[in-house]
Write a protein that binds this ligand. Structure first.
Ligand SMILES: *Cc1c(COP(=O)(O)O)cnc(C)c1O
Length: 423
């Protein structure tokens, strides 16, 4: 990268050594990022995280912890959810789910359909779990019917948990969690349902209660629009019961210690209070906007991005519309073209971040993240930048074609504005 990393900017007497100045003199931080996490942090959340030290053994801590946990439960649509907050990331959340509920040698059922499901499976193996792995082409969703058949055949109930990545961030594929729950119930199988909602929770409809989720996992830096640093989990009563007999080693991530501390508004070790204060504020923001409105906004923004992709004559990695993610689009580039060049070029030339392809789709796709603190107007700037990059790199893209397609979506599909009003 030719960016000038050395330049140190000062604001409010604080140096931002990481501020990156592009070739054209533009400062990257003035642009939103279009990666599927970490996401853009709204100013009010940055302020909420930036707080003076408080004594976490004082009652003030409880006044942050309790509403933050209650807010998360509402965002999960999970009245049954016991919410846990760990100083970690989504990956730590995966480990919390596994180690608190399972024992070495337990079987788990999981599909591998992208980099994130791949990594969660890898973590299971490293913990001595036996993974009944269903390989799915990248771009496809979790096959609920296959899961149902495998569970029905598991008459000894050796499978203790079904792992599902709700939104495969590597491919932009959303799987149908309700269908997986139905398949589990139809098979009469008692396994728990663990859902990775890291890139869906707080952005796309996620129903902890309705879907019978036993453990939901997310992190602070995606839909919650905060810096990385919190693993956020919901445990069902059934998952809480499983914590008693689970024999996998755990200490830092032991939810029993958390639960005990929470009972007195305390924490088993030093909590990241600022982040928790930010989480409290993030939940308030999301609930003020209204979950329905948050989901509708993400859907509308995603529809605009998809209209642009189609206007460019390109295709999504997601194989069919029922799989389209409303938080990230993985866009296939023509054969022989390295999609990573778009991401590198966008960073160097325009100071804009897109996501690279991961694992099996490295070089074949680039990703536009469209979750968190985004508006139609911000999305248009990302679409316009992607167009400039592709044109700069010699792809046959007409400048403005994707922008115009997205504009049409945004001016005609906003709440309260009918097709007729806009015409
Ligand atoms: C980002 C992401 C993760 C990993 O989370 P970290 O916070 O980076 O540990 C896991 N699963 C999915 C689906 C993700 O998008």
């Amino acid at each position: 990268m030719k960016n000038n990393f050395k330049k140190i900017f000062k604001r409010d007497g604080i140096s931002y050594a990481q501020r990156v100045k592009g070739e054209d003199g533009s400062v990257s931080f003035q642009n939103p990022v279009f990666i599927p996490g970490p996401t853009n942090i709204p100013e009010n959340l940055r302020r909420a995280c930036d707080m003076p030290t408080i004594d976490h053994r004082s009652p003030l801590f409880g006044s942050i912890l309790a509403p933050a946990r209650a807010g998360v439960a509402r965002v999960l649509q999970g009245e049954r959810a016991e919410v846990f907050l760990f100083p970690a990331t989504g990956t730590g959340g995966w480990e919390t789910a596994l180690t608190n509920t399972l024992s070495p040698g337990d079987h788990v059922l999981a599909a591998r359909n992208g980099m994130f499901s791949h990594r969660w499976i890898d973590m299971c193996v490293r913990h001595g779990l036996i993974v009944e792995q269903v390989d799915v082409p990248w771009g496809q969703g979790i096959p609920a019917e296959r899961f149902g058949a495998i569970l029905a055949a598991d008459t000894d109930h050796r499978i203790k948990a079904v792992l599902a990545t709700h939104n495969e961030t590597a491919t932009g594929v959303r799987s149908d969690i309700a269908a997986i729950r139905r398949a589990m119930d139809a098979a009469g199988h008692p396994a728990m349902l663990f859902v990775d909602g890291v890139s869906s929770i707080a952005s796309m409809d996620f129903r902890f209660d309705d879907w019978g989720v036993d453990v939901a996992v997310t992190g602070s830096q995606k839909g919650f629009m905060l810096p990385a640093g919190l693993a956020i989990l919901g445990f069902s009563p059934k998952a809480m019961r499983a914590t008693q007999g689970a024999a996998l080693p755990r200490s830092f991530f032991d939810v029993r210690d958390m639960e005990k501390s929470y009972a007195t508004s305390a924490f088993p070790y030093t909590p990241p209070v600022g982040l928790m204060n930010g989480l409290n504020e993030a939940c308030r923001m999301l609930l003020d906007e209204g979950l329905e409105a948050v989901f509708a906004r993400h859907h509308r923004i995603a529809e605009g991005v998809r209209a642009a992709v189609s206007a460019w004559g390109l295709e999504l990695c997601a194989a069919s519309p029922d799989l389209y993610s409303d938080t990230v689009s993985a866009i296939r580039t023509p054969d022989g073209f390295d999609a990573t060049d778009i991401v590198t070029h966008a960073a160097e030339r325009y100071g804009v971040a897109f996501g690279v392809g991961l694992g099996e789709v490295a070089g074949k796709v680039f990703r536009i993240g469209h979750l968190g603190s985004l508006t139609d107007v911000l999305a248009l700037s990302g679409i316009a930048t992607a167009e400039m990059c592709m044109a700069d790199l010699g792809l046959d893209i007409t400048l403005g074609s994707g922008v115009a397609a997205a504009q049409e979506v945004y001016r005609t599909s906003r709440a309260g504005i009918t097709q007729k009003d806009a015409a």
